[in-house]
Design a protein around this ligand. Structure first.
Ligand SMILES: [Fe+2]
Length: 336
């Protein structure tokens, strides 16, 4: 019998506010985020980020470490708490958004640092950032990033450079590597990092983007950072090309979200080969949400048991002559 193909998350996961809030605690608080190459951070110029409602500030405190990479501090704005962060050997800065909720970097992204060590991330100067909101859920955009079935008709110019015939995705725990051509594994580096960061390095250029959820499950803030060895017109040429691809994805996501919100699409099957990236990350989101839901229920049960135990204890210690003894005794019997 043929194996059952993976299924998508239901459409309600793209529109429901309670689920959106549960994802915030289940997925976002427990994850790591790519902030960028360490060269983006210079003393005296703090950089601000917001992930799942948590505002944080990155400050470079010195540029005198032995490998000439600046030392940085990452602090949660609301509490002033320092947040666990990690700089990889080849110069990429990652952070958490909770002082305690996420596991350590290597447990969350096993094997990632080895893959990143093939590229010197300090070699491409920072050129430009752009941010704007779109009417789609954060997963609508990640769904599109994690497969390339849409590439041929959505990205005609990109498809000439990277024909989707060869496209493949390899999943690791909490991250996926994309191969435009598996025969040439060193041709560029394209990574998805759960939950909402991507890294795209090819030629002399590098872009990273963050798919940031807002309070509204149907609105997402897209943030892009661009780095390139080229400047001037050569950089502008690269920028026009990557912006064209980004805008094509944007239009696709707004249409997909429109269909999700109007019940045109409920749920379906995924191609186990061509959409293995989508299947993998959606499964991780599902697992993390179910785990959180279970933890919440256990905590609620423990709280209820504590309240009931305190009530029973209060009744037992009450003097027998108290006017309320009869109803209380009835309560004890009913609870036994
Ligand atoms: Fe795309």
């Amino acid at each position: 019998m043929a194996p059952t193909p993976p299924r998508t998350l239901p459409a309600s996961w793209y529109t429901s506010t309670p689920l959106h809030q549960l994802e915030r605690r289940a997925v976002f608080f427990k994850s790591w985020y790519l902030l960028g190459p360490i060269i983006k951070f210079t003393p005296g110029s703090p950089v601000f980020y917001e992930f799942a409602g948590i505002n944080l500030t990155v400050t470079a405190t010195s540029s005198t470490t032995p490998n000439r990479q600046p030392k940085v501090e990452v602090v949660e704005d609301a509490t002033g708490s320092p947040l666990p962060h990690h700089t990889t050997r080849t110069g990429l800065l990652f952070t958490t958004i909770s002082p305690t909720a996420a596991p350590d970097f290597h447990t969350f992204f096993p094997g990632l640092e080895e893959t990143l060590s093939a590229v010197d991330f300090t070699a491409r100067p920072y050129r430009r950032s752009i941010a704007y909101e779109g009417h789609f859920n954060w997963k609508t955009m990640v769904d599109g990033y994690q497969e390339c079935l849409h590439c041929q008709y959505t990205h005609p110019a990109f498809s000439v450079l990277y024909p989707p015939t060869f496209y493949a995705v390899k999943n690791h725990r909490n991250w996926s590597q994309h191969f435009a051509d598996p025969e040439k594994p060193d041709d560029g580096l394209f990574l998805y990092l759960l939950p909402n960061c991507t890294l795209n390095v090819y030629g002399g250029g590098m872009s990273l983007f963050r798919v940031c959820p807002t309070e509204d499950p149907g609105t997402t803030r897209m943030e892009f950072d661009y780095f390139n060895v080229d400047e001037g017109e050569k950089f502008e040429e690269y920028y026009r090309f990557v912006r064209q691809v980004a805008l094509e994805d944007y239009a696709l996501c707004e249409t997909a979200q429109y269909n999700l919100e109007r019940g045109i699409y409920a749920e379906g099957v995924l191609n186990p080969v061509k959409e293995n990236g989508v299947a993998y990350y959606q499964q991780r989101v599902l697992e993390m949400v179910l785990e959180q839901h279970q933890q919440d229920r256990q905590q609620a049960r423990a709280r209820e048991a504590k309240v009931a135990a305190a009530a029973i204890s209060a009744i037992k210690h009450e003097p027998a002559s108290h006017g309320n003894s009869i109803p209380n005794r009835t309560f004890v019997e009913a609870s036994a």
